[in-house]
Design a protein around this ligand. Sequence first.
Ligand code: WTA
Length: 656
Amino acid sequence: MSTSDIDSILQEERLFQPPEHFRAQAAINDAGQLQQMHREAEEDHTAFWAGLARREITWREPFTTALDDRAAPFFKWFADGKMNVSFNCLDRHLADRRDKTAIVFEGEQGDTRHITYGELHQQTCRFANALKNAGVESGDRVIIYMPMVPEAVIAMQACARIGAIHSVVFGGFSAESLKDRIEDAGAKLLITADGAHRGGKIVELKAAADKALSLLGGNTLDKVIVLRRTGHDVPMVEGRDLWWDDATRDCSDDCPPEWVGAEHPLFILYTSGSTGKPKGIQHASAGYLLGAITTMRWVFDIRPEDIYWCTADVGWITGHTYVAYGPLAVGATIMMYEGAPTVPDAGRFWQLCERHKVSIFYTAPTAIRALMKFGDELPAQYDLSSLRLLGTVGEPINPEAWMWYHRVIGKERCPIVDTWWQTETGANMIAPIPGVTPTKPGSCTQPLPGIAADVVDEAGNSITTPDKGGYLVIRKPWPSMLRTIWGDDQRYVDTYWAKFDKRYYLAGDSARRDKDGYFWIMGRIDDVLNVSGHRLGTMEVESALVAHEKVAEAAVVGRPDDIKGEAIFAYVVLKGERPPNGVDEALTRELRQWVAEQIGPIAKPDDIRYADNLPKTRSGKIMRRLLRAIARGEEITQDTSTLENEAILLQLQGKA
Ligand code: WTA
């Protein structure tokens, strides 16, 4: 974010009313209607959500208790109800939508597929039977390491259908990262592909999977199902690996859903925190689904004729809630694209919008900033008149990018929903209701009905002074919240609840509210970076660096970046001598590559600076604030006299 953006955020006075023709057709289009929803939620939080759960979810057995908070912060929602997520996403639409397109798919090379709800149901059932044949039972963990193809959604739905708990690992993560997740989840089966298409190249998913399994040695995982996607040769391990086609060939199209309790875990998704390895965020079935459905209606105003395109990979929470589950649960048509946004050129997204008549487009600010760089001419070449609503997620959007999105993509006709939420929250939490809420560039506006978001001070008191920053918290449990960290209840309590005596959920972000009560997210309060909308722990990158044989110590901080939001800046102390003048390009390349292998290409440091030492206080703590200032190229105003080793400042600044 540039300085001018920061200035304009501080004095952002622009207010955009919902465009009239959008408002006229929106399901929620009158302020009174929205106020009424908020009032109901405030008067009886539990009853508000219970009413929605009864209306929006098809239950096998109805629940009697909506919220069980006896073991807070281990909350249970609708716990004695029985249902199945896949039934809610597929079967219940068959009567009136069997021939409606569920998925429009396009690959990077232009191959397209249309899959109807009837077909998606059939393929999900078949694959669910294949999973059962491979010995997967309800409660077992299944890892999905797949390209962005319809089979990824089929695999997720099939797991949900039989009560297996999936854990999708983003295809951009390395073998090492995959191994960690398989191990932590105690997974029984892995679903992958011979490769994925990206940027004109093949991402070797199967090779990474093989490596992960070899690193695991004696793990319980003994079955791998491999989708043929790229068609190039990959070695198959006899007795362990099975092609998707062979696994499903003789399977029946009939697979009755496993009716599970509402609290049955639906999935685990790993995300970065400030300490340790990524944690397995565990979500439940019914509450999660309810959050996905309500936000599809409230925030995306979903309609039967929409073509809904969320560009996120299913490896992230956004791809879970707004590709694999939410849109299907409401019977919508989704668009899926496997590939880079810049192939053959940076007009690809707009070309896809035109070709497939996308009406709702949801992406990350980093993508908008990257595409904005190519100017207005590329989008101008395409007919974007099918678009009616735009959305953003993952990081704060700078006003400049917001205005470009509004003007060049939305032609000033489309509301923009800036949605704040997290892997942990399961669904959008703070976001506009597009037919009602006036928007301000850079603000995610206000909490959704039933979401008790607040900004509080150190003592946990609500901050009422406009524009004063504080901790973003959620004061009341909500159905789509995480249930725990897989296998580590204590870490769940410590990370999210300990700060405010288990009363409020601590989001880990700082925020402020302006005079109109609009929320402005200011950034993370912990050592989590947001690189291109993806969460990365500074410690993860540091651990990867020090695992390299030449590295003694490393400290990683974020530096603002025009495209990525945050770039990764690493200070490295080598075991041997510091390179002359702090420059060793070959080693820098080697270390970047090393981090890519340890975590994934998204974690590659953008800058590496070598020093004889790291700046530490006399008690031995690394002075991160100082390192951040240096990474930003700021004047050092901090008192450095307490530094043990003041002389290294010049090295860190790259001046010696
Ligand atoms: C950040 C992504 C500002 C925030 C859904 C949060 C945002 C983290 C926004 C979660 C937004 C997400 N405005 N910041 N609209 N949305 N964030 O778990 O710091 O990958 O805590 O979930 O992204 O990232 P996660």
